[in-house]
Design a binder for this molecule. Structure first.
Ligand SMILES: *Cc1c(COP(=O)(O)O)cnc(C)c1O
Length: 394
């Protein structure tokens, strides 16, 4: 089996560098507490920002829809027709976002893979933030366009790159994460919009970590900055704050119409399932009825972050519920995560290649599902492990 030997070496090398990711098994529903590998632990990992992943209203909506429509869509929508349920979700998502139209994909990852190559090709240029999500990077590569990376959230560097390329392409696209998932910082979208305007470039933002989090009642980054009608393409996910699974692209009606004709994951992959769609509709109902969950998320975030700072942890530059605890080297982050787990706290270490080498961290995801006493339990565990590993003073 010599053709497979390289795999053993590569896997061993991951172990040696502290970069091997052992995926834990969850044996309970999502929520503030989980049963993981047989142990009850506080959940500091999931993207379940609003606690909707196991919300009774979503579960009930999924159950009722399955009784009416069954489980699967049984085909690609463009070939065998689309269920009214999917059309309804797209109409409701567009209204929630305050845009002309929306189209759903099977995931946020697929939304990026489908959208970018439909908009730009070989003769075009994409200006892409250097820390953009992997699905944006892959979408850019698939498009065949020239990819010009600019320094993270650096508008001056973006403008420099745009000027350098001016006149050398057919179409230009600026693409950025709205909220950066590893650091929790927010793209300076108003300034980026100014540049898109000045140089007549398409503007696309991936708001995966902004939906349900930023803006009025969780309407996302465009609402947060009051840029309605100014961002051409808003990509999002239904897998994080929405608590389900799926992707969405929202914006100008002509762009959405074009994606229905040319978005490859839309044309060549089956749609979201019936329970997914019905649960997302119920999530929209909840978000439109009240901003209570969004407010609780932010209250929890403010509390947890200020207490972590008080304990002496370096929690980076986050402006959102994403809370990185910066530890440096990957083995330390892995050891920290193991000790936390022993203390009954589930918070995973993140290292290269998800973040740059030397910037390993634990990433804590705060949720509206947490109660104050849950956060206090977590803080105590962080304090004990931090002291015993010398990360914070005694
Ligand atoms: C999580 C994430 C995605 C992928 O979303 P899925 O729906 O889980 O595929 C895409 N873009 C960004 C910025 C993300 O954080």
């Amino acid at each position: 089996m010599s053709r497979l030997n390289w795999l053993e070496q590569e896997l061993q090398s991951l172990h040696d560098q502290g970069l091997y990711n052992r995926i834990r098994t969850i044996q309970s529903p999502q929520g503030a507490w989980l049963r993981v590998d047989g142990k009850k632990v506080l959940n500091f990992c999931s993207n379940n920002y609003l606690g909707l992943a196991n919300h009774p209203r979503l579960v009930e909506a999924a159950r009722r829809a399955m009784e009416k429509y069954g489980v699967g869509p049984a085909a690609v929508r463009s070939i065998a027709g689309t269920m009214d349920l999917h059309v309804e979700l797209e109409r409701r998502l567009a209204a929630f976002k305050g845009v002309e139209a929306a189209i759903t994909f099977q995931s946020g990852f697929n939304a990026n893979l489908g959208t970018i190559p439909a908009l730009v090709g070989k003769e075009d240029v994409i200006f892409s933030d250097e820390l953009n999500h992997a699905s944006i990077i892959d979408g850019c590569r698939l498009s065949g366009a020239t990819i010009v990376r600019y320094a993270h959230n650096n508008v001056a560097d973006l403008e420099r790159a745009v000027q350098e390329w001016q006149g050398k392409y057919r179409r230009g696209l600026i693409v950025t994460d709205g909220v950066f998932s590893m650091d929790g910082d927010i793209a300076p979208l108003p300034e980026i919009y100014e540049i898109a305007q000045r140089y007549d470039l398409l503007l696309m933002v991936d708001d995966a970590h902004g939906e349900g989090v930023l803006g009025r009642g969780g309407r996302g980054i465009v609402d947060h900055f009051d840029l309605h009608g100014k961002v051409d393409i808003e990509v999002g996910t239904l897998s994080k704050a929405f608590g389900v699974v799926g992707g969405v692209v929202a914006g100008n009606a002509r762009i959405i119409e074009w994606l229905r004709q040319r978005g490859r994951p839309f044309l060549f992959s089956s749609a979201m399932t019936v329970p997914d769609v019905a649960a997302c509709l119920a999530a929209l109902d909840l978000l439109e009825e009240s901003s209570e969950l969004v407010e609780k998320l932010w209250e929890n975030t403010r509390y947890f972050k200020s207490e972590m700072k008080r304990l002496g942890f370096d929690i980076g530059q986050s402006q959102t519920p994403i809370t990185p605890i910066m530890l440096g080297e990957a083995p330390l982050a892995q050891e920290f995560s193991r000790r936390l787990f022993e203390e009954g706290v589930f918070a995973m270490a993140i290292g290269y290649p998800t973040v740059p080498k030397g910037k390993a961290r634990i990433r804590v995801m705060i949720s509206a599902a947490h109660e104050r006493q849950d956060l206090d339990r977590g803080l105590e565990a962080f304090a004990r492990v931090g002291r015993s590993l010398g990360v914070i003073g005694a």
